[in-house]
Write a protein that binds this ligand. Structure first.
Ligand SMILES: Cc1cc2nc3c(=O)[nH]c(=O)nc-3n(C[C@H](O)[C@H](O)[C@H](O)COP(=O)(O)OP(=O)(O)OC[C@H]3O[C@@H](n4cnc5c(N)ncnc54)[C@H](O)[C@@H]3O)c2cc1C
Length: 538
């Protein structure tokens, strides 16, 4: 006999968990079904930060709604629906309050974390909009502690490396017992669900929606025990992430190369296909949460090539990025999402991507002072880094144009000596300095430094993503819209499974989990009650 509930949530990342929590608090009987053997999805492997652009949590940090709207509009380039943006801005603080009221999850302001384009109108160079989950003990979720999605704790650029945790005010010691960052987010949301009697189903892969009389009334799942059905009396929320792990969907929809997803390998576009099969209209399909990535030879996770985002390595001094012509092509210290555009640039004469793949080139001074990837400061580089005593030899080893590289490094060193980057303005934005050398005397020197201490190193870097942004279009309540324009009765979407309201923007740290959870809250509320979730009165 089919299982039954009021609200069925498919996917147990933060968007799905917030939807499940909200629907349950609003009186619905909820089932949360997850494909993986563990819960939490990408959200559990993330920094856990939520960007909430208008809130009043700290009276000394004024964050009016108008500023948030102005700022987001400055990042739109015509890709946002202002009405949905306003719904996000006004609902996000209400979502945070709601989650804190109904689960043990607590947030604190990640003080000083600048927005990603902080000098834009309405932007915040001094931060205040990024909220970090407060660390929490794994013991709070009992036997579920071993069933939270995680990458091996070797090293990671976001989430678990000591420097990042320090910056996010997350505890650095006792990481085995204390959940930090995205682990804290998921542990605490899960606690909230378990406290309400919701035990997630794991190993349940949603495949098809069940439609009766034009309304979605449940879904069919592949499980270890064969095909199963779950019926939902009030609604189904698609929260099964994006399609970054499906190469065909990636090529069909994304605007440029995406060669390295950094999420766990379960987001294969199932929600997208389920929504398409019932006539959903689609939006934001070309966009992803872009990030430059490196791949370590032989590094796999669950049988798939693993990609690691690079942030500190391209931001700190004595390191630049060049294309195969040896030319710099971007402000290396800028935010990862905007950088996607530079990797997607086409050389119209050659008809090829000019900057993908590219190379991070750095010198011994960089390695000695900052380390690189998992190599600690002063440590030895592994064999797979290209290493040469001269730039010419480095160019020969990598295939980078030697004359181009020599000219680029000469110009770079000259500009650095003058304290400026006239080409790409690296070191001018508050964001550029944030992940730079904290001991440097001024903003520019946090990120500018010469490449003059051989040997020189090069590591290949290419376009990747933390997840995709496209999916079924929704209204303000998270209801999926049919291609004919009307909401499909009984169907909702949230998080990376929905057409992101952000368009091509990434407002600041937490720019994906902020809107993802906000629409989880709105979808869960509406599915349970048939009425819109309240917004904050700021
Ligand atoms: C290293 C890293 C750090 C990051 N840091 C941040 C950060 O600090 N702040 C921020 O805002 N963003 C961050 N991001 C991005 C952010 O983590 C994701 O955009 C966000 O977690 C997406 O949330 P979601 O709930 O939509 O999807 P997910 O968290 O990916 O959850 C989707 C879930 O659905 C499951 N699923 C897939 N298919 C099915 C199916 N057919 N049936 C059932 N279940 C299914 C998946 O297994 C998964 O558990 C980071 C990403 C990475 C990789």
């Amino acid at each position: 006999m089919a299982r039954e509930c009021d609200v069925l949530v498919i996917g147990s990342g933060a968007a799905g968990m917030v939807a499940a929590l909200t629907a349950s608090v609003q009186g619905a009987e909820v089932i949360l079904a997850e494909r993986a053997p563990t819960v939490g999805g990408t959200s559990a492997t993330s920094g856990g930060v939520a960007w909430v652009p208008a809130h009043d949590r700290d009276p000394s940090i004024p964050l009016p709604i108008e500023d948030a709207l102005t700022y987001l509009a400055s990042l739109s380039n015509g890709t946002q629906d202002p009405a949905l943006i306003e719904v996000f801005v006004r609902s996000a603080p209400a979502m945070i309050d709601f989650v804190e009221q109904h689960s043990p999850l607590r947030y604190e302001i990640a003080k000083g974390f600048p927005d990603y384009k902080p000098e834009h109108p309405g932007g915040r160079p001094e931060g205040g909009r990024s909220l970090s989950p407060i660390p929490a003990p794994y013991s709070g979720v009992g036997e579920w502690a071993d069933r939270i999605t995680a990458f091996p704790k070797d090293f990671s650029n976001v989430g678990f490396d000591a420097e990042t945790r320090k910056r996010l005010n997350a505890a650095v010691d006792g990481v085995e017992e204390i959940a930090v960052a995205g682990q804290a987010l998921i542990v605490q949301l899960l606690r909230g669900l378990l406290d309400r009697g919701i035990q997630p189903l794991t190993g349940w892969r949603g495949r098809h929606l069940i439609v009766e009389d034009g309304a979605v009334v449940g879904a069919q799942f592949e499980t270890g025990a064969g095909e199963q059905e779950i019926r939902a009396r009030r609604g189904v929320v698609l929260a099964a992430g994006g399609f970054e792990w499906d190469p065909e969907l990636v090529v069909a929809h994304l605007r440029g190369p995406m060669l390295g997803p950094v999420s766990p390998p379960y987001n294969t576009g199932d929600a997208l296909r389920m929504a398409m099969a019932v006539g959903a209209d689609l939006g934001t399909m070309r966009e992803a949460w872009w990030v430059p990535v490196i791949q370590i030879p032989g590094d796999t996770h669950e049988g798939k090539v693993r990609s690691r985002s690079v942030r500190l390595e391209r931001t700190r001094p004595r390191s630049i990025m060049v294309n195969r012509f040896g030319e710099r092509f971007v402000n290396e210290a800028s935010d990862y999402n905007s950088m996607g555009g530079a990797f997607h640039q086409i050389d119209v004469t050659r008809f090829e991507y000019s900057n993908n793949p590219a190379w991070i080139v750095f010198d011994q001074g960089h390695l000695d002072r900052y380390g690189f990837l998992f190599v600690p400061p002063g440590g030895d580089a592994p064999d797979w880094y290209h290493r040469s005593e001269s730039l010419d030899a480095l160019a020969a080893a990598t295939g980078i144009d030697a004359a181009g590289l020599a000219a680029t490094v000469a110009a770079w060193n000259e500009h650095v000596a003058a304290g400026v980057d006239p080409q790409f303005h690296r070191g001018q934005s508050a964001y550029d300095g944030y992940w730079g050398d904290p001991d440097a005397p001024d903003l520019a020197s946090r990120t500018l430094g010469p490449l003059d201490a051989p040997p020189f190193y090069a590591v290949q870097v290419q376009a990747g993503a933390m997840g995709t942004k496209g999916g079924p279009k929704t209204d303000a309540n998270g209801q999926v819209l049919h291609v004919d324009g009307h909401p499909i009765p009984g169907l909702y979407a949230a998080g990376n499974a929905m057409a992101s309201v952000m368009g091509m923007a990434y407002g600041g740290a937490g720019g994906t989990l902020g809107p993802g959870q906000t629409f989880g809250y709105r979808a869960g509320w509406h599915a349970a009650t048939g009425t819109p979730a309240p917004v904050a009165s700021l």
